[in-house]
Design a protein around this ligand. Sequence first.
Ligand code: KG4
Ligand code: ZN
Length: 336
Amino acid sequence: MYILGIESSCDETSAAVVEMTDGKRRICSNIVASQIETHRLYGGVVPEIASRAHIEAVSRVTREALDTAGVKLSDIGAIAVTAFPGLIGALLVGVNFAKSLAFSNNIPLVAVNHIKAHVAASYLADETLKPPFLSLVVSGGHTSIYEVSDYTEFKEIGATRDDAAGEAFDKIGRVIGLPYPGGAAMDKLAYEGDPKAIALPSPALLGDTLDFSFSGIKTAALNYINSETQKGNEINRADVAASYTKKIVDAIVKKTSLAIDKTGTKTLVLAGGVAANSHLRSALSELCKNKKIKFITPSLGLCGDNAAMVAAAGYFEYLKGNLSDTALNASASDMI
Ligand code: KG4
Ligand code: ZN
């Protein structure tokens, strides 16, 4: 069946058509209208501007997704929309648009959790992937480890207690003058620096738990930059990027390794915007090789926010009979 996915939880308006059957997972179109250039002026996402930009784009992006796929609305078996978590005003645009489209055309409506959608991107990356597996979701708002027992059943077994990894990258990226969002630029810059050049503390490991904490290392990096600047010393941005990235990646690998041992999983799925980080991808790939378990992560284009992953997640909710009606509302908080 064809699923139309709609995503508007943050600063990307996206619509996609995905064909899902028992043995087939195919992306027919995946249109992403990014607002990054608009928010860059302010160094971060401005919620009001995001909502307005979603309103302007959602109809055009959806039309383009259908046209590119060569599919009519009457061919669509279900409309899947990100309903939570995210920026409430941004989510409401996608949710209300999807509701109107679904009910005016008599198409089943499915509400999708954005985090589950990030994980579902891997079903599109690897047609053989099926639960159970362990998933590490690293994005701008989340850093969590889930036991995925079924396509729609997730149990959080570890999470950040403060900042998300993406947030930590973006903050220091901004301070060293990288364009918003700093994550991707820092990934590249880190190759030009020495990861041992700057002595930063490791992120707190919080004992034997599977939780993360990135606020300490973020503050330590900020203090280093401020004190060097006050002394009139020039900051070696590449060294900062390399040292900071190494510490964050090492901490994520350590916790993931512990989670693999604790759960005895045979497959690790890496998901979320920060899954695009090349240092993290190769470190986790190495870890899984050593532990002799499968490592699956989407291609770079499917790591960030997009509607193909929403459509894929929506397909599995649809199969479970988890349909929504006109009472569907968006929620800013995580309802996993
Ligand atoms: O999943 P996502 O697109 O949006 C959320 O749901 O939050 O993640 C966005 C985050 C941003 O913090 C961005 O800087 C980060 O993903 N990111 C990266 C890379 N590409 C995107 N972080 C590190 N390395 C990258 N290559
Ligand atoms: Zn996301």
